[in-house]
Design a protein around this ligand. Structure first.
Ligand code: HT7
Ligand code: ZN
Length: 874
């Protein structure tokens, strides 16, 4: 496959002003009539360039220019492109294509899901519908007429406003939609199905009434309320915080079962994976509700950050994704607990994005090249991209950042722009120089910030030496220091914050400050300190970096109970637990667990002042995935054993406190989604999980009771998970059977049922995983099912996946090869766990590599999988 380079970007030779589409939808295919109004781009130097239109899996039926059919020789159908060598300055091109949505298993372009037609055009799906200059810097107005059988497809939707409808012969009907906003083809959408409509309204800040509609299959009609409310909260929030008002008269959400990602921000017609939008108390967990709220907000926020202002090319993907993730994370923080949201974001970043940054697919937030753009919808583009925007926010402050975003939207409304344009708007609005800061977009890899300190009692001076370095990544060595906002505080022995007075400074010293690192090494001198402080570093995770400092266990215990920064309080607990677990990895069985850890967790469980949501987070031990990420040469079995040992030790030592915690947090009235109620459920389910881990009989009875009597999915699943991960084999089997029987007609709950088993080292050994693949509810064509079994096994059941006999790797290779023929995007994503083979101890790594080689050697590998596998083996 060909590599595409940012450095080779050229403006389009032709622009499209208007697209008129007519879809004739049938059971055996669809005919697409397209009329493009095209003109030569005055900014392109090429005056006699051929017209080049992308295409993929299309059967061309006819081409005409200004109404005259083109003859053989006047155009070239290359399969992946339609080329018309000679065209006038301005013209209309009529193209008719035939496509087969019913056979489209890639789920790109127009396809069928549970009997309905739907589309996914980002990044390059529109070319699977008709020939088109399928690049985001070609923005056009779309008018779309959809024709279909009326009884099978009563609902016909596309972008914009409905402008016409009527009856046709043979029981068919049509609806025409017009979108007044010019847009790139990746934002085009079409839906046709037998769907129920849920209606609501929203009055914007300027008093306009917007029709809000959700379209779902009839069986899901009762699962729409939460998403609709989340949508209204998002609309209000975007007005209040960013001054962004919705622009069309109608905003629609559609839920579909078969979808490659979470959702898609098509203009006025957002399409969602059912699992990311449908929810009810009985079927969705607290985590699912929170995810739905965040994704609904994310897609809605794209209406400005992505749709009104879009990307010039796909190298700029983080322009819309990084900024929009930052916006949705601010929104979620405002809707719930900001500290908990920060902990969740940092956990994802440190566990998964840092791993990506240290692996063979590492790339900058603005990549310089790619083979298959679908492989670049990554944690680096999304999550690190959001952290980069967050740092700009922190450097500029609230007010200047808002000025910058206002300027960005006003300056670039209706344009396709670059990340550099975004940064320039921030600079122009604030007067700050972000020259060095731009390196965050250009350099891959996670910066390492190493801190050392000394305290001079006689002068009262505390010296911090801070060094930064950025590891080499594929194709990038010898990197320059970056601009890093580094927030910190200092604590005295009594737990009080100490003033941070830099030498030579006058005036009152702050109790927390943000140091701006720009060089490879800095030395900061703080004066006036009458005792040696304990440093609290990188508060609130002020930059996406790794911090190294030789904290002692005493210091971590101290910070865990005293740091006024909630994030660092949690972080101290994590660092302590990591240190204790790491000290047991590979140690003899007789090695003891640090007893102070039990004391620390006991104080935590008994701390009545502590925010319960933070306590719930602090009680989660670092995951195996994070421990693997931190290891040099990961020995998975040893890490698993060490973590299990610490968990068992804590549960034994804190048995009574855990039981008290459970009892304190049960039976608190009606189900609510407040941070407090969510924290209570999290606390009781963590307590239950720990107690069942040590085989506690009383806890077993409580778990069974909770499983049977729960009025919500968080508690039912919490109990099920605790049972499945325990050694009570019979109770586990009974609970799994009862759960399936109760929810077998709800695909989203069945996905939970699959993933609870696939991610458990008790219920998810390879033979059981194979049985799940043979289960009647499993469906290879549905990405959610594949993720809930194969994905969960490889990413969450690490001890089983990394079975030293290599069977887990072989299994994954087999499934990737199988899936590559039908859905290459999902196949390429499934390969990810194998790509980190260099990270593991030799016994594992050799076998992971040979599994990758097996995939590499498959005949007819897709471009998606080819890129991931070849880059991993290079
Ligand atoms: N912007 C959307 C990206 C997306 C996507 C990309 C590749 C293949 C399938 C896809 N479905 C959705 C989602 C978002 O970030 O909002
Ligand atoms: Zn997005």
């Amino acid at each position: 496959p060909q590599t595409i380079y940012l450095s080779e970007y050229k403006v389009p030779a032709y622009l499209v002003d208007q697209v008129d589409l007519r879809f004739e939808l049938f059971e055996d295919g669809a005919r697409v009539h397209s009329t493009l109004t095209v003109r030569r781009n005055p900014d392109s130097g090429e005056s006699a360039a051929p017209l080049f239109l992308h295409g993929d899996s299309l059967q061309l039926e006819s081409v005409a220019l200004n109404g005259s059919p083109l003859r053989t020789g006047e155009f070239e159908d290359r399969g992946d492109a339609l080329v018309v060598p000679s065209v006038p300055e301005k013209f209309e091109l009529q193209v008719v294509t035939w496509i087969e949505p019913q056979n489209n298993t890639r789920l790109e372009g127009l396809y069928k899901s549970s009997g309905m037609f739907c589309t996914q055009c980002e990044a390059e799906g529109f070319r699977c519908i008709t020939f088109y200059p399928d690049r985001p810097d070609v923005m056009a107005r779309f008018r779309t007429r959809i024709e279909a059988d009326k009884s099978a497809y009563p609902v016909l939707l596309s972008n914009g406003n409905p402008v016409d409808n009527g009856e046709l012969e043979n029981g068919r009907h049509f609806v025409t939609w017009e979108d007044p906003f010019p847009k790139p083809a990746y934002l085009f959408a079409l839906v046709a199905g037998d769907l129920v409509e849920k209606k609501d309204t929203f009055t914007t800040c300027s008093g306009r009434n917007i029709d809000l509609r959700m379209y779902v299959e009839p069986r899901n009609a009762k699962k729409c309320d939460f998403a609709m409310d989340a949508l209204k909260r998002s609309m209000r929030w975007d007005e209040d915080v960013y001054g962004r008002e919705y622009d069309l008269d109608i905003f629609m959400i559609v839920a579909v079962d078969d979808f490659n990602m979470g959702a898609m921000e098509n203009k006025g017609l957002n399409i969602f994976n059912s699992s990311c939008v449908l929810a009810s108390q009985e079927t969705a967990t607290d985590a699912a509700f929170q995810r739905i709220e965040a994704i609904v907000a994310h897609e809605y926020f794209h209406n400005w950050s992505g749709n009104r202002v879009t990307c010039r090319d796909w190298f700029q993907l983080s322009l819309k994704e990084g900024f929009t993730v930052f916006r949705d994370s601010q929104f979620s923080a405002d809707m719930g607990s900001p500290t908990v949201k920060r902990i969740e974001d940092a956990t994802l970043l440190r566990t998964a994005q840092f791993a990506e940054d240290a692996g063979p697919m590492a790339h900058p937030v603005r990549p310089a090249s790619y083979m298959e753009i679908s492989n670049f919808y990554t944690l680096t583009i999304y999550e690190k991209g959001a952290e980069v925007v967050r740092m700009i926010h922190n450097l500029l402050g609230d007010e200047m950042f808002r000025k910058g975003s206002d300027l960005y939207f006003q300056r670039h409304d209706g344009q396709a722009v670059t990340t550099d344009d975004f940064v320039r708007a921030m600079e122009d609005a604030s007067g700050r120089d972000l020259g060095q800061f731009r390196l965050w977009y250009e350099q891959a890899g996670t910066p390492v910030v190493s801190v050392s300190d000394e305290y001079d009692e006689s002068s009262g001076i505390y010296r911090l030496t801070v060094r930064q370095s950025i590891p080499d990544t594929p194709g990038q060595t010898g990197k320059k220091p970056q601009h890093i906002p580094f927030a910190l505080g200092l604590l005295g022995a009594d737990g009080q914050p100490l003033p941070l007075k830099l030498s030579g400074e006058s005036g009152e010293a702050p109790l927390e400050r943000v140091l701006e690192l720009s060089q490879a090494e800095h030395c900061f001198e703080f004066e006036g300190l009458s005792e040696r402080p304990v440093p609290s570093l990188l508060r609130d995770f002020s930059a996406p970096v790794r911090v190294h400092y030789p904290w002692t266990r005493e210091q971590l215990l101290f910070l865990m109970s005293h740091d006024p920064d909630g994030f660092n309080r949690w972080d101290a607990g994590q660092r302590l637990a990591v240190d204790v677990i790491q000290s047991l990895v590979g140690a003899p069985e007789s090695a003891g667990v640090e007893p102070r850890l039990v004391d620390a967790y006991r104080s935590l469980l008994q701390d009545s002042e502590l925010d319960q949501a933070l306590m719930a987070k602090m009680l989660q031990l670092p995951s195996e995935a994070y421990l693997i990420e931190l290891a040099e040469q990961a020995d998975v079995a040893a890490i698993h054993q060490a973590r299990e040992k610490v968990l068992g030790y804590l549960a034994e030592g804190l048995r009574d406190e855990l039981m008290a915690c459970y009892r304190r947090n049960v039976g608190q009235g009606d189900y609510q989604l407040t941070p407090e109620a969510i924290a209570r459920r999290s606390l009781r389910n963590t307590a239950l999980g720990w107690l069942l881990h040590i085989g506690d009989q009383e806890a077993l009875a409580l778990a069974k009771e909770q499983f049977r009597g729960a009025d919500n999915m968080t508690d039912r699943l919490g109990a099920l998970r605790a049972l499945v991960n325990s050694d009570f084999a019979e109770d586990r089997t009974q609970a799994l059977e009862a759960f399936y029987k109760r929810f077998s007609d709800d695909p989203q709950v069945v996905e939970l049922w699959f993933s609870v088993q696939a991610s458990s080292d008790r219920a998810g050994q390879l033979p059981q995983i194979r049985q799940l693949l043979d289960h009647p509810a499993f469906d290879w064509k549905n990405p959610n099912k594949v993720r809930s079994v194969v994905g969960a096994f490889a990413a969450q059941n690490l001890a089983a996946f990394h079975n030293p006999d290599g069977s887990g790797y072989e299994f994954l290779a087999e499934q990737v090869c199988r899936l590559d023929d039908s859905n290459p995007q999902i196949a390429a994503r499934l390969v990810a766990p194998l790509t980190r083979w260099r990270k593991f101890a030799p016994g594992y790594s050799k076998q992971m590599k040979s599994a990758l080689e097996r995939i590499r050697d498959k005949a007819e590998l897709s471009r998606d999988v080819y890129e991931v596998v070849h880059k991993s083996l290079a």
